[in-house]
Design a protein around this ligand. Sequence first.
Ligand code: FE2
Ligand code: FE2
Length: 296
Amino acid sequence: MPAEPITFQPEEINPLASIELWEEDVLKRYPDPESIATSKSSEEYRNYEAPARDTVKEFYRLNHTYQTYEFVREKQREYLQFNKKEMPVWEAFQFLNQLVDDSDPDTDLDQFQHLLQTSEAIRRDGHPDWMVLVGLMHDMGKVLCLFGEPQWAVVGDTFPVGCAYSDKVVYPEFFHANPDHDNSAYNTRLGVYEEGCGLRNVHMSWGHDEYVYQMMKDHLPEPGLYMLRYHSFYAWHREGEYSHLLDEHDREMLKWVQLFNPYDLYSKNPTPPVWSELKPYYEELVRKYMPSSLKF
Ligand SMILES: [Fe+2]
Ligand SMILES: [Fe+2]
């Protein structure tokens, strides 16, 4: 059955005022256990954040409607050739930073600050240097936005395509609008996959996780690659879903993905790190693991 053509009005494509609103919403679903006591009441959130909530909901409606198996395969073919752009690593951070968050200039930090705060929190806790590098690189895939991809194909919780959706994926009701939902090749428990096939054989909804994983796959140890590839797969690492697709290796790697997640979610600090002091360490770290230029 041919997929229905997708047509958009331009203003309908990117409902979020900034892609950071997605992460702020994740934070509401999975609040920092250490700061719950001092956080705003849910009532305050509701009053203050209601319009943002609506745009997040609309964002997920688009994401769940259009992330089909075929869409994912097409984006893999398009982006995983890495023939779009090549630039020195440090230039790549400047490139990423063109994604300016203008929704709330008082509290929001630019992309590079989020990466640096994540990596610094990891470093402070004494984790291996490759994990610090994971912190620094983990959202580099968001450059997809700069190549013209809509928000729903860059950020948002990820999920397997080509098999039945878990109802633990946020807003599962929106999957009803996805053409795969009614396609018998894709809508069974296993769909196109085999029991216990391992996540490496599973196609995830397209976004910044898979893209940065593929970018970095020759440059980090396996646990670091899992952190990159599945950091937005909340239905797995937070909800314990999709066990029928996992193999022993995935079960082994889960703890690393879970170790990383709090640094991504809870390291935001309104006081930015002083880059001039940190620069020598990070230049050395990047030299140690990465080639001098990055291909997109
Ligand atoms: Fe991310
Ligand atoms: Fe992040």
